[in-house]
Write a protein that binds this ligand. Structure first.
Ligand SMILES: NC(=O)c1ccc[n+]([C@@H]2O[C@H](COP(=O)([O-])OP(=O)(O)OC[C@H]3O[C@@H](n4cnc5c(N)ncnc54)[C@H](OP(=O)(O)O)[C@@H]3O)[C@@H](O)[C@H]2O)c1
Length: 241
């Protein structure tokens, strides 16, 4: 098992692609700490994971919380950061600047805090995997701030790969993935949206969390990969329309 004896921390591990990454890392032999801000979601997630996994409540908006998580975990081998909140497309003209700044709080600044406190505790051979999104390279009207935040994560990935070497730093850039992030969109609109998003890929599909987790696992395991943004999007970036 490729991650036997290793400690993996997944922030955002209570749901969606983070939960799938936690399951994949545990299946590869790692002891996994999942972290997120909601105790109930963490508990429900842990019920579906092996006993080698634990859960810690952390709000990544609060640097003190993040620092306490890594002080508690101690040494680790891999950090996976998938924490993110749901955002509604909104033109910049309609956004007060404080709300615009807020859009980067969990996805970008939370990742910065996590890396800052995890990096000094990473064992040799360790890695960090962050999360952006295809919105970084194929934005739609109303998603400029989300695009900026995802692009910032990708820039952060390259900068940290240089700065923290030999620690490896990579990012996964998912396309549309079927996760609870989309729950605020009620049915039947959600199913219609998924069909429309699938139509805008080359594979004519929506991603499943396991398909993204396979990318997280690859980036943790392959010791020759760093500074990379790995797109897993069914070809959405290439598809026309
Ligand atoms: N799903 C997609 O189609 C898609 C596409 C491209 C990019 N992405 C990005 O990929 C990332 C993961 O998305 P997902 O679809 O897996 O979402 P998800 O199922 O909603 O999971 C998001 C995770 O983030 C945690 N979280 C939210 N706010 C937090 C906070 N302040 N502190 C700590 N944890 C927090 C949530 O747990 P709690 O609620 O317990 O805090 C949850 O575990 C997000 O950044 C998302 O923007 C998603």
């Amino acid at each position: 098992m490729a991650l036997a004896g290793q400690r993996v921390v997944v922030i955002g591990g209570s749901s969606g692609m983070g939960l799938a990454a936690a399951g994949a890392a545990a299946a590869a032999g790692a002891a996994v700490t999942i972290a997120s801000s909601d105790q109930g979601r963490l508990k429900a997630a842990l019920a579906g994971l092996p006993d080698s996994c634990e859960g810690v409540v952390v709000n990544t908006r609060d640097e003190g919380d993040v620092a306490a998580l890594f002080a508690r975990v101690g040494e680790l081998d891999h950090l996976v950061y998938t924490a993110g909140d749901s955002v509604r497309p909104q033109p910049l003209a309609d956004l007060p600047l404080d709300s615009a700044r807020e859009l980067s709080e969990v996805r970008f600044w939370g990742a910065v805090a996590a890396v800052k406190h995890a990096a000094p505790r990473l064992r040799p051979g360790g890695s960090i995997v962050l999360t952006s999104g295809t919105v970084a390279v194929r934005p739609a009207p109303g998603t400029a701030l989300a695009a900026a935040s995802a692009s910032a994560v990708e820039g952060l990935t390259r900068g940290l790969a240089a700065e923290l070497a030999p620690v490896r730093v990579n990012a996964v850039r998912p396309g549309a993935v079927r996760t609870p992030l989309w729950d605020p969109v009620p049915e039947p609109q959600r199913a219609a949206l998924f069909s429309a998003l699938a139509e805008r890929t080359l594979t004519k599909s929506i991603g499943e969390p396991d398909e993204i987790a396979a990318a997280h696992l690859y980036l943790m395991e392959n010791r020759f990969v760093t500074g990379t943004v790995l797109t897993v999007d069914g070809g959405a970036v290439l598809a026309g329309g």
